[in-house]
Ligand binder design. Structure first.
Ligand code: SF4
Length: 380
């Protein structure tokens, strides 16, 4: 299959691994920003195949994991209302709020529906004019254009019963927050290819220069990731810090200008809380004043919620690359995909879920991994 099989070739993978080994003369710590890349790394055992000097640190790039607890609690409150149809992607349903999750709200009679696009939610609003339809609009630069398009379409259609509960986050300010942390060990980044396919790479040279780190735009297949590592290590060994595009089949320097125009028409930059990490300046988007009528937080007046995180969950440290999931005492015991204490164990891009699926007790059988995946997403 074009564009998949070519990037799984074991002989080429061996060659790249040999080249990385020959290049690395001392220890280097690289962060893969995106949870999709984390899953690919753990699933294919890339971290175990690399020479000892190369450490991969898992980053905060999982949209489900970083959606803050107060917004999850807002979602739970809105979804509990009898006049509301609450729409979300499947992996948000098991994400724990302060005292329950959307799956439980659904079990208690809430009209919570799994959709595959915000435009599905828009269609529901069109067909149910007597109900309020709310879409849970989370994610990075990758999902923002479609959510912006939904708000745009709702206004064009004159829908008054559609709104978005928005919790969008942006990658470049997160990289800045990681690099300015006093405990940061990251020396180079594998930048998420799908994010750059939307936003381009224009924001990255300033970050590479300011922090003296290579930023290599990287895809998601095993050879993509090995090539990203090879280029980052080569730069580090040469004392360079540039932006390189190792995902040219999907990423252009100016990204997707039409998608960016749609985002800029509907959203404006704002400060955002990241679950487990805290507030990062200018790290999110919210609806502009012109689209405020489609903002569920305003429509349902759910500000000022008090939240409570489970004390034993260390997902904030996992998301900042400070510990590996298996270093958490609850991993695989009190915290599993069926009984998650944190979002990183639920999300299909969460680091704890990746280790549970592929690394638990030296890796479960393929059948067990399949069953665990079904466990993680029972209603999708
Ligand atoms: S294993 Fe569970 S409790 Fe531990 S950090 Fe991950 S999500 Fe939190």
């Amino acid at each position: 299959m074009k564009y998949i099989d070519e990037f799984n070739d074991p002989a080429l993978a061996r060659r790249l691994l040999d080249e990385i080994s020959a290049t690395a003369t001392r220890p280097w710590a690289l962060m893969e920003v995106c949870g999709g890349q984390t899953h690919s790394i753990i699933r294919h055992g890339i971290d175990q195949l690399l020479p000892e000097q190369i450490e991969l640190i898992h980053g905060p790039g999982c949209p489900v994991c970083v959606t803050p607890l107060d917004v999850i609690d807002q979602a739970l409150e809105i979804a509990s209302r009898p006049d509301v149809i609450f729409c979300s992607f499947g992996d948000m349903l098991r994400v724990p709020g302060s005292d329950r999750d959307l799956f439980r709200v659904k079990g208690e009679g809430g009209d919570v529906r799994v959709v595959y696009s915000p435009l599905d939610a828009l269609e529901l609003a069109r067909k149910n004019p007597d109900r309020q339809v709310v879409f849970f609009a989370i994610g990075f630069e990758t999902t923002a254009p479609a959510n912006a398009m939904a708000a745009h379409q709702a206004r064009r259609l004159g829908l008054t019963n559609f709104s978005l509960l928005v919790s969008h986050v942006r990658v470049p300010p997160a990289i800045e927050a990681i690099m300015t942390s006093p405990v940061c060990r990251v020396q180079g980044f594998l930048a998420a290819g799908h994010v750059c396919s939307v936003m381009g790479t224009a924001e990255y040279p300033a970050l590479a220069e300011r922090f003296g780190v290579p930023l290599v735009v990287t895809g998601f297949e095993p050879l993509d990731i090995l090539e990203g590592i090879r280029r980052a290590v080569r730069q580090l060994e040469r004392g360079e810090h540039r932006v390189e595009n190792a995902y040219a089949r999907a990423v252009r320097e100016d990204g997707n200008p039409a998608a960016m125009r749609m985002i800029e028409e509907v959203f404006e930059v704002t400060d955002r809380n990241w679950r487990g990490i805290g507030r990062i300046p200018s790290s999110g988007w919210r609806l502009t004043e012109a689209f405020r009528a489609y903002d569920a937080e305003h429509r349902f007046d759910v500000g000022g919620i008090r939240t409570e995180e489970p004390a034993e969950c260390r997902s904030g440290e996992v998301l900042q690359g400070l510990i590996k999931p298996t270093e958490c005492g609850a991993f695989g015991t009190t915290c599993t995909p069926r009984t998650p204490l944190g979002a990183t164990m639920v999300s299909s891009e969460g680091a704890c879920a990746a280790y549970y699926l592929y690394r638990r007790m030296n890796g479960p059988t393929p059948q067990a991994a399949r069953a665990t995946r079904e466990e993680m997403n029972p209603v999708a």
